[in-house]
Ligand binder design. Structure first.
Ligand SMILES: [Zn+2]
Length: 363
């Protein structure tokens, strides 16, 4: 773990992504001065402090701890590993445990051929109950064959969100991985060496800079389009992976450009283990993903820091990066970030001029 004996820095990115002049001095586990002043204008390339840590949202394992079987996990050790990396780690579990904040649910359980269709009360009832209990349902795991029907179910559920949006403090819904596990009209990732050889040409022919709010249904498909529109209207937050292998980074760049970073959470889908539950995972040459047998995509392997570097490679701004990796997910998790009171949060990040990040903890 990086520990700082002393540090002084003159810039802070506040919880709204604005860089501010500041007088920040840290010595031996304490901030001896934490004074935040006026906002700064213009291009900026100095070091700065962020009042929080990046969040590993949707993480399957850290070190040797596989969250599929939480019973064999030691939360204290997991916390230690997360602290050593200077991240907040949100274990993605397959069975709900106390403290669940989100739950992946497919609106497709209402499809005619779904075995779950008659086994449960109405979908609206389930979603409303979860939202009122403070749990954000995440839309995901759509089947690919019935996009019109899937879109209709999402629309039904958005009416629930419309009804509840003033009563809840958070966005009612999230998504699981945007573009993965849903019907799409476009090629979203080039993963093998053969595919990668075609990438530049394919991307050129896709004209992604022409994607706009009017043609989204046509170019992306009905399901991703309705999810992005719902995000723009404030009913949900989009979870997007920036490892470049789940979704191509050029496509991610365009989505950030269209929607803005305030409605996006960078999710890693990270696993450090070669196993998820009783499923052995394998790697394929040319990408960082982990697969179950028969090449079923199971998870990613890149950390949030690696994804932050990827974001810089596609020229996203520090404001966009820190909103998606820290400020937006921290708000979902009710982690306080406020800096206007000049009170330093317990954990901050120091970002050096070269873009390296170091956690700073204070007591
Ligand atoms: Zn996952």
């Amino acid at each position: 773990m990086n520990t700082w004996i002393a540090l002084s820095c003159h810039t802070l990115m506040d919880e709204f992504g604005t860089l501010r002049a500041a007088d920040l001095r840290y010595s031996l586990n304490h901030w001896t001065r934490f004074e935040v002043r006026h906002s700064l204008n213009g291009p900026y390339d100095d070091d700065f402090i962020v009042p929080g840590l990046p969040v590993e949202f949707h993480c399957h394992s850290i070190g040797p701890y596989d969250f599929t079987s939480m019973t064999s996990c030691n939360l204290r050790d997991i916390n230690y590993l997360a602290k050593a990396e200077g991240i907040l780690c949100i274990p993605h579990c397959f069975c709900p445990i106390t403290g669940s904040i989100t739950m992946v649910l497919s609106p497709d359980i209402l499809l005619d051929n779904s075995t779950l269709r008659s086994a449960y009360p109405s979908l609206e009832w389930i979603f409303e109950l979860l939202i009122e209990a403070g749990i954000q349902p995440a839309f995901g795991h759509f089947v690919k064959q019935q996009p019109v029907q899937s879109t209709e179910y999402v629309r039904t559920l958005l009416k629930v969100a419309e009804r509840l949006v003033d009563k809840v403090s958070k966005h009612p819904f999230l998504t699981d991985h945007l573009f993965n596990d849903m019907p799409r009209h476009f090629h979203h990732a080039w993963r093998t060496p053969q595919e990668k050889a075609q990438r530049t040409n394919d991307l050129k022919n896709m004209h992604i800079d022409n994607w706009n709010w009017d043609n989204l249904d046509e170019v992306l498909g009905e399901v991703p389009a309705i999810l992005l529109r719902a995000a723009r209207e404030g009913y949900l937050l989009i979870c997007l992976n920036f490892d470049g292998d789940h979704i191509d980074l050029e496509i991610c760049r365009r989505i950030v450009q269209l929607l803005g970073p305030d409605r996006i959470i960078a999710m890693t889908d990270r696993t450090d283990c070669n196993q998820l539950g009783d499923q052995k995972l394998e790697s394929h040459y040319g990408n960082s993903l982990r697969y179950q047998n028969e090449s079923v995509l199971a998870a990613g392997s890149q950390s949030i820091d690696q994804q932050i570097h990827n974001m810089r490679d596609i020229s996203l701004s520090e404001e966009q990066i820190w909103k998606m990796t820290c400020f937006v997910p921290s708000r979902v998790l009710n982690i306080p970030l406020e800096t206007c009171t000049n009170n330093p949060p317990e954990a901050c990040s120091y970002v050096s001029k070269s873009g390296e990040r170091f956690p700073i903890y204070s007591r």
